[in-house]
Write a protein that binds this ligand. Sequence first.
Ligand code: CP
Ligand code: NVA
Length: 302
Amino acid sequence: MNLLSLFDLEAKQIHQVLKLAGEIKAHPAGYQTCLKGRSIALLFEKPSLRTRVSFEVGIQQLGGQAIYLDAQMVGPGQRESIEDIARNLGCWTHGIVARVFQHDTLTRLACAGLPVVNALCDQHHPCQSLADLLTIQERYPVDLRVVDILFIGEGNNVCQSLMVGAAALDLKLTVVTPAAFGPNEEFLQKLKEHFPHHRIQVKHDLTDVPHADVIYTDTWVSMGDHRPIEETLPIFMPYQVNQDLIDRLQATTVLHCLPAHRNHEITDQVLDGPLSSVLQQAENRLYVQKAVLYMIYQEFAA
Ligand code: CP
Ligand code: NVA
């Protein structure tokens, strides 16, 4: 089993991950051996704080060993091919968690038959979305289908994964991005094919949104994106998450995948304010990733 995007999971499996993550969070002692004797390679082409630490800690807590590989040193596609790296890792390890520039690198890493988990690529960040969904569920212990979720910012990896998760679970999601920074067309097509009746709207004018329970934002300049900040700010500033927006929409939760660029996409006042659940969201990365690994390796053990 791979987790290259949330398209790999059925709605039922997403619910299972969230339920298991909640159980692992409440009773971590019951889950200390599922990776016993297993090593997982963490291959990262981009920087990370949350993803790297939460995977390393999570793998250790499940009884396994994490081996961090800086892609600068390993040189995927330069020192040796991505497929050769995967086949070699298959000689010693039992899975690959990878953060890559191109989604295609993940599909190529999967060639060796080792489970591959996407730790962020250009198109998706499924582990982040699972943590987002767990956090929203904890904040609103009701049927999540009644919660109004609003994503504001660039429609790339974090946004697109949230869209897949929301579509799979039939959640109400509005995505508001500057016109040239929406989710990509190929992705939107695929989303529609998988979930013809999804309840996601993509807009470009924030004044078209009357209300949101949850407001979620992400950085305006993603890793590997070399667009100068002087060009970005005038385009994105109308999409800033600030107190005026929260008051107008009567939001009750604010999320951010982090890292945050304070006073760009979100103000200090909001990020540090009473509605901010960003650290709960960061903490939940640990539990959902442990749940994903548990499900992958229990399946193999079965
Ligand atoms: N949210 C997230 O993936 O954080 P890192 O880039 O620090 O891993
Ligand atoms: N969109 C951001 C997410 C960081 C977790 C990026 O790709 O850098």
